[in-house]
Write a protein of this length. Structure first.
Length: 449
């Protein structure tokens, strides 16, 4: 059979609320034209993020009932730790309430003012936490990633030659760690090859620099390695993931992505000294080391989710369903970041709306128009989110795991094609007010006449 079906059936449902165009016009205006400020009840299809928005399985819900809510020594923590260590292999597993908390602890401990942290491409909270620690976040994507239309299997790779040049220029002592984001979220959800991970690891090791993974979507990256890297064809995704983690000295992880959990994260390391410092900071800001700001039931859900996410049937469906959305809008003339990755489809808003200058935020304008037209919430990945560091002006359509059916995605396809047909009428936007950090979460906008 050629048809790939959802490897699950629906056991409970949640109603969706339809709104009119007039209602949505008023709602988005009252929200300062910022989709983060909308109430979820006013959104029909929510593609703002795939973080914490997954549908949990019967196995996860059942496991939550045995959650041990002890303040210290929770049995749920030790069950989760065993699953994490069996998969990732790190000596120390430090739970946090989500991925950005792991980032804050890691960079607070490892970074000093004036230091430099290279990455294939930092995501928003990663960059913000590095800069908050006084260090500088440097993106080193491969040159081919600059072309959103280039058809390459691993456009998420790091430019290894550029990494060598950065180390020579800055000195290894000013680089506290090298980080790789898998998959490369800011770069269009593109995967990173095992060959590139090995090359970056070799450079980091040669210069005595720790190598870390931002491993939020490790399972999707592992599946795409198995699909696109000939040496790993036929490998089980679990074994590919284990090899990825074996190359690293530690990782940050948001369990809200590839663990199907609604909350949670972790910081892992093999360094005993760093683990002690990180645990002390955890106690100060997150909680005791055996719960880290999470309920025992959350730890149980993460443990089960980490097992479920590596199921080949699920990963095959996940990648195919994302590609389904990407291919259908691309065939209708909408420019996307090619090829579609794992967790999202990214529209090249600058290419779709060439009449809107980058300074007028084409990605934000497109996000607002898609909501006004069809009640679909998405997110800008461009100059609003990253300011001068933005390499592209993108609109991300992040697909929650195990939530929407094909008919929902067909509705999204139809809506995007209709917006594309009337794209010449979309105007640019300006920022009315903004906070000093992570402005995309709470800034207010208005149209430019």
């Amino acid at each position: 059979m050629k048809t790939i079906i959802e490897p699950f059936r629906i056991k409970s449902v949640e109603p969706l609320r339809h709104t009119t165009r007039e209602q949505r016009d008023a709602l988005i205006k009252n929200a300062g034209y910022n989709l983060f400020k909308l109430q979820a009840k006013d959104v029909l299809i929510d593609l703002l993020t795939d973080s914490g928005t997954s549908a949990m399985s019967t196995g996860q819900w059942a496991a939550m009932m045995r959650g041990d809510e002890s303040y210290a020594g929770s049995a749920s923590f030790f069950r989760m730790k065993q699953v994490v260590q069996d998969l990732m292999g790190f000596r120390h597993v430090i739970p946090t309430h989500q991925g950005r908390a792991a980032e804050r602890i890691l960079f607070s401990v490892m970074c000093r003012p004036g230091q430099v942290v290279p990455n294939n491409t930092h995501f928003d909270t990663t960059r913000a936490n590095i800069e908050f620690a006084g260090a500088r976040a440097v993106d080193l994507p491969i040159p081919a990633a600059a072309d959103t239309q280039a058809q390459l299997p691993f456009k998420g790779d790091m430019d290894v030659a550029a990494l060598e040049r950065l180390i020579a220029q800055e000195g290894a002592q000013r680089i506290p760690l090298v980080m790789m984001t898998v998959t490369n979220n800011s770069g269009g959800g593109q995967p990173v090859s095992m060959r590139n991970l090995e090359a970056v690891r070799e450079v980091a090791s040669r210069h005595g620099i720790p190598f870390y993974l931002d491993a939020c979507r490790f399972a999707e990256n592992a599946w795409l390695i198995g699909e696109r890297e000939p040496e790993y064809r036929g490998w089980p995704p679990r074994e590919i993931a284990r090899k990825m983690f074996a190359l690293a000295d530690g990782c940050t992880f948001s369990a809200k992505k590839d663990a199907f959990a609604n909350i949670g994260g972790m910081l892992c390391t093999n360094d005993d000294r760093l683990a002690a410092q990180e645990t002390n900071l955890l106690i100060l800001t997150e909680g005791f080391p055996t719960y880290g700001g999470l309920a025992g039931r959350d730890l149980e859900a993460i443990a089960v989710g980490l097992e479920e996410v590596l199921d080949p049937d699920y990963l095959r469906y996940r990648i195919v369903s994302t590609a389904y959305l990407g291919r259908h809008i691309a065939q209708g003339g909408v420019p996307i970041v090619e090829p579609p990755g794992g967790h999202a489809v990214y529209i090249d808003a600058a290419r779709m709306l060439p009449h809107i200058a980058r300074s007028r935020f084409p990605g934000q304008a497109l996000a607002v128009e898609l909501y006004r037209h069809a009640g679909i919430r998405s997110v800008e990945i461009g100059s609003v989110m990253f300011g001068a560091a933005a390499r592209h002006e993108l609109l991300r359509l992040a697909i929650p795991r195990r939530v929407y059916t094909q008919s929902h995605i067909d509705y999204v396809v139809e809506a995007i094609l209709e917006v594309n047909a009337a794209r010449d009428r979309i105007r640019g936007m300006r920022i009315v007010e903004e906070p000093p950090f992570l402005r995309h979460f709470s800034a207010s906008f208005d149209w430019i006449d």
